[in-house]
Write a protein that binds this ligand. Structure first.
Ligand code: NAD
Length: 458
């Protein structure tokens, strides 16, 4: 049977990988440096593209899409040599004489599929982890954020030959074709339903898969919280990129006793950040397309809106919107919102907040605002979530020292910094024993007594 163009591309990358070209640390560092320079050269074009796709301000686009990548590339370059080195381990007495070594082996060929909401960062961040770990990569940007997909293609094509890093553009058909390839590793960022499709496709070839998904990420505002600080950090985390952030606060659980004070603060802060008319603010983004505006509009129940609520389909604009007295039956609570609508639910006891969170699948992020150490301990110990913050929102994703990923329905596997290197590496464990001495205590005929082996192993 004749190979299709994707099979040929994979074949090319597999052959290249098998030459060993990607293995030397010097090669990986050079590749990262090449990419860094290519991004620097085209910084303005990237900012422009992201503005076309999502109307992100230059500040927001620079920090979220580019700056964060520079920091991560530098962190990887500084540490690859250390991480890639084989690691000696201890071994048990009954295995002696000998030594244990863990080799960090690149999987080989990888496939990276990205979403549209951070259309530059979420293509490049997994790619640099794949390169740092010594893999080749086929990269599939989102077809929804077309302007950014175009500049990503330009940058990667001018930086690398396609036997090492290749870009494939397209939508469902192209991604489906790519997913049928027997690559050595799949890294997917996107929605839960598509995550299931990806995992099913990976299962056919038993390909290891990392899924960076989404879900409903809660914020808890405890009665001891600093309300001004909570309001500022929540408003910033929620309305950044018009709410289209996988780790954005999805809904707020607030202690009833402070609800009305907190609501006032929230509204003050939105006015302070985005003015009386956020439509005119350069700092407030747009919804990716009209389909998503229509989807979001249906989540707004005007009877429950206390702030915002304005929608303009042609401008792809949805105002920062707060809804109160929300219950779990409201449509806004059925799925991840992924837009600038903030529902507020009040609770009487912290245990009630925990039960609400547990009524959903395990969230990608959770944020807690409190000064009470006991509340903090309770939430950290008893609630499962991908990652998050105490008295802060979304910034945990910005540290190369914190593995980032979901749990359960919000994803599997993690990356950023060493976690990304590990995610794209197989740990090859090898026991080496000397040739000059073979005690053979396990061989039939030479076995030591059961009593002795019980003393050694029991
Ligand atoms: P999506 O799942 O629709 O698309 C992601 C990618 O999958 C795109 O490249 C797309 O072309 C491809 N795709 C779409 N439908 C497909 C299908 N039927 N078969 C094969 N491939 C298909 O996600 P999106 O709308 O681009 O992004 C939004 C979602 O991503 C949200 O749920 C958000 O929470 C999540 N997300 C997660 C993270 C994270 O790091 N965990 C980051 C950003 C976004």
């Amino acid at each position: 049977m004749e190979m299709n163009k994707y099979q040929l591309l994979l074949e090319k990358q597999r052959n290249y990988f098998r030459t060993g070209a990607t293995l030397p640390v010097a090669f990986r560092k050079k590749a990262l440096q090449t990419l860094l320079m290519a991004i620097k050269k085209r910084e303005n074009e990237i900012l422009e593209a992201v503005k076309i796709d999502l109307r992100k301000s230059s500040f927001e686009a620079y920090t979220n899409e580019i700056g964060i990548i520079y920091l991560e590339i530098k962190h990887l370059m500084k540490n690859i040599a250390k991480w890639a080195k084989p690691k000696k381990t201890k071994i048990e007495m009954f295995l002696m004489p000998g030594s244990g070594t863990i080799y960090n082996e690149p999987y080989g060929t990888s496939l990276i599929i990205a979403p549209w909401n951070y259309p530059f960062q979420l293509v490049i961040a997994p790619l640099i982890a794949a390169i740092a770990a010594g893999n080749t990569a086929i990269v599939k940007p989102s077809e929804v954020s077309q302007a950014t997909a175009k500049i990503v293609t330009t940058i990667l094509e001018e930086s690398f030959s396609d036997n090492f890093v290749a870009v494939v553009n397209g939508g469902i058909d192209e991604t489906t074709a790519l997913l049928s390839l027997p690559v050595d590793k799949i890294f997917f960022t996107g929605s839960v339903p598509v995550g299931k499709i990806v995992m099913a496709a990976a299962a056919k070839n038993l390909t290891p898969v990392t899924l960076e998904l989404g879900g409903k990420s809660p914020v808890i505002v405890d009665k001891s919280a600093d309300l001004t600080l909570a309001a500022r950090k929540i408003v910033w985390g929620k309305f950044n990129n018009a709410g289209q952030t996988c780790v954005a606060p999805d809904y707020i659980l607030v202690d009833k006793s402070i609800e009305s004070d907190f609501l006032k603060k929230l509204q003050e802060v939105i006015r302070e950040f985005y003015g009386e008319n956020p439509d005119e603010s350069k700092d407030f983004g747009r919804i990716i397309n009209e389909r998503h505006v229509a989807r979001l509009e249906k989540l707004i129940n005007s009877n429950k809106v206390v702030f915002g609520g304005k929608v303009n389909v042609n401008k792809k604009y949805i105002a920062p919107t707060i809804m109160v007295n929300v219950t779990l039956d409201d449509v806004v609570m059925q799925d991840e919102i992924f837009g600038p609508i903030l529902p507020i639910l009040a609770f009487e006891k912290i245990e009630d907040a925990i039960s609400i969170i547990r009524s959903f699948s395990k969230p990608l992020a959770l944020y807690l605002f409190t000064k009470d150490k006991n509340v903090e301990k309770l939430i950290m110990e008893r609630v499962s979530f991908g990652g998050g913050g105490v008295n802060t929102t979304i910034l945990h994703v910005a540290s190369s020292h914190l593995p980032f990923g979901g749990v359960g329905q919000s994803g599997t596997g993690s990356y950023h910094g060493k976690a990304g290197f590990d995610d794209f590496s197989h740990k090859k464990s090898v026991l080496k024993q000397p040739v000059f001495f073979d005690p053979g205590i396990t061989y039939p005929g030479k076995q030591i007594s059961l009593k002795l082996i019980k003393m050694i192993m029991g």
